[in-house]
Write a protein that binds this ligand. Structure first.
Ligand SMILES: Cc1cc2nc3c(=O)[nH]c(=O)nc-3n(C[C@H](O)[C@H](O)[C@H](O)COP(=O)(O)OP(=O)(O)OC[C@H]3O[C@@H](n4cnc5c(N)ncnc54)[C@H](O)[C@@H]3O)c2cc1C
Length: 406
């Protein structure tokens, strides 16, 4: 493999996921010379996972400053609202047009966040540079790059965070049996992109996303953009409407398979989806079947936040952004959104620091970014947990009972 890594760089961005890419764009748009920037990723090509889908108005506004929002909107689907209900009735419908006085993006955009193809460079070590200034970052290939600033955008298992000795834990502590929110109930989730035999019956779906609570759990359904993960051969899916389905799997049912099958997902739909969306003709006069599973996966929900998002260490400064800095339940689709906003905010602050050749001290950069980032990450974690508590209530039948009484 040709040596593409420079010996020295001012800013090294580790991780070319959505957050790392946004940080790089933000630095360049804020005047940092691209030749002083290096971005690396451990993966050779786009990960075949179809995770983040929803992009919120505040994120589009942050990206709009760098001219990125309109292209994303062109590629995605505008969700005008969402609906919440039980298996028989829609109980609540939210319409995003009510935020139009406050934003020019009064919708939730659904778009797949795939990664670019690139040459794989995995960071494995960091130490004080032998030159006396900056951080020597070591790669799996044995190459070393000296960087003044390292942005850790390398996801929840961040090596940058670990090598910098930064603690990453749940701010509310682990849950125990006395906890008001028993997160153990909704820790196992399945997510899949499927085709449905909805044909002319698309009105059966709420515009945007729908959430259904039943005594068996929570199920979500939304229309997803047609483009599938980059590794997927989507030639036979062109023109098809793809739906994103997600649901919890109660612990009593054991671990879900790593790639849940059509039968597994259909069985769940028949137990948790609104009756009119089931394949069973006994419950639906116009049965809806899953005709194809394009991609499926399982995951566990978890919340953690880094103790600090910025640290002077190994002779340089490291920053944490995105999942490297904070993770929480995917409820509300906030993870990538927070990451993108971290990245655009950090790009602005760090670029100003670099432009002023350090006269705007790193502590001020840190103060702005750290307070802001920690606040947002910290607020989102309990919020998503609180929301999860409602899911748990639903799982326990509480919300289901309430819903059936309405
Ligand atoms: C099922 C599910 C659904 C979700 N839905 C949504 C949603 O609708 N909306 C939303 O906002 N969020 C959602 N999220 C969260 C979202 O996917 C993440 O918050 C987002 O991907 C984080 O982006 P990131 O760039 O910080 O990290 P990642 O996407 O994890 O990217 C990190 C990158 O760093 C690279 N890397 C790791 N280690 C190294 C190393 N040592 N050296 C070099 N490179 C390295 C990896 O290869 C990877 O490309 C969802 C998450 C899940 C699990």
């Amino acid at each position: 493999m040709p040596a593409l890594l420079p010996e020295e760089t001012q800013v090294l961005v580790v991780g070319a996921g959505p957050t790392g890419l946004a940080a790089t764009i933000s630095l360049i748009c804020n005047g940092i010379d691209p030749s002083k920037l290096t971005i690396v990723d451990a993966l050779e090509k786009g990960a075949n996972t179809s995770r983040a889908l929803a992009i919120h108005a505040a994120t589009l506004e942050a990206l709009d400053k760098y001219g990125c929002a309109s292209k994303l909107i062109e590629l995605g689907i505008k969700g005008s609202g969402w609906a919440f209900g039980d298996r028989t009735t829609t109980i609540f419908k939210g319409d995003f047009s009510c935020i139009s006085p406050y934003t020019k993006f009064p919708f939730v955009l659904t778009l797949r966040a795939n990664r670019l193809r690139n040459i794989p460079y995995r960071v494995v070590g960091m130490k004080n540079s032998t030159s006396g200034k900056g951080i020597d970052v070591t790669f799996e290939s044995g190459e070393i790059v000296r960087a003044e600033y390292v942005i850790g955008a390398d996801g929840s298992k961040s090596v940058v965070r670990q090598l910098s000795g930064i603690n990453f834990a749940d701010p509310d502590g682990e849950f125990d049996d006395n906890s008001p929110v028993d997160s153990s109930k909704i820790t196992q989730m399945v997510i899949a992109d499927v085709s449905l035999s909805l044909e002319d019956n698309r009105d059966a779906l709420a515009a945007g996303a729908s959430i259904t609570a039943s005594k068996d759990g929570i199920q979500t359904l939304s229309e997803a953009p047609e483009t599938l993960p980059s590794d997927h051969d989507s030639s036979d899916s062109v023109g098809e409407i793809i739906y994103r389905v997600g649901f919890n799997v109660p612990q009593a049912q054991g671990d879900p398979p790593s790639h849940p099958s059509l039968d597994y997902i259909q069985s769940n739909m028949n137990h948790q989806a609104p009756f009119h969306m089931c394949s069973d003709s006994k419950t639906s006069s116009n049965p809806v079947r899953i005709t194809k599973v394009h991609w499926s996966s399982r995951y566990r929900t978890h919340s953690s936040i880094a103790d600090v998002f910025i640290k002077r260490v190994h002779g340089g400064t490291i920053f944490l952004v995105g999942d490297a800095a904070h993770i929480h339940s995917p409820v509300g689709g906030q993870g990538m959104n927070l990451g993108l906003r971290d990245a655009t905010g950090l790009g602005r602050e760090l670029a100003e620091h670099i432009r002023k050749q350090g006269r705007r001290g790193i502590t001020r950069v840190g103060r702005g970014y750290h307070c802001f980032g920690n606040l947002r990450g910290g607020e989102t974690s309990p919020w998503s947990r609180c929301y999860q508590a409602h899911e748990n209530l639903a799982w326990n039948g509480g919300l289901y009972d309430a819903a059936t009484m309405v």
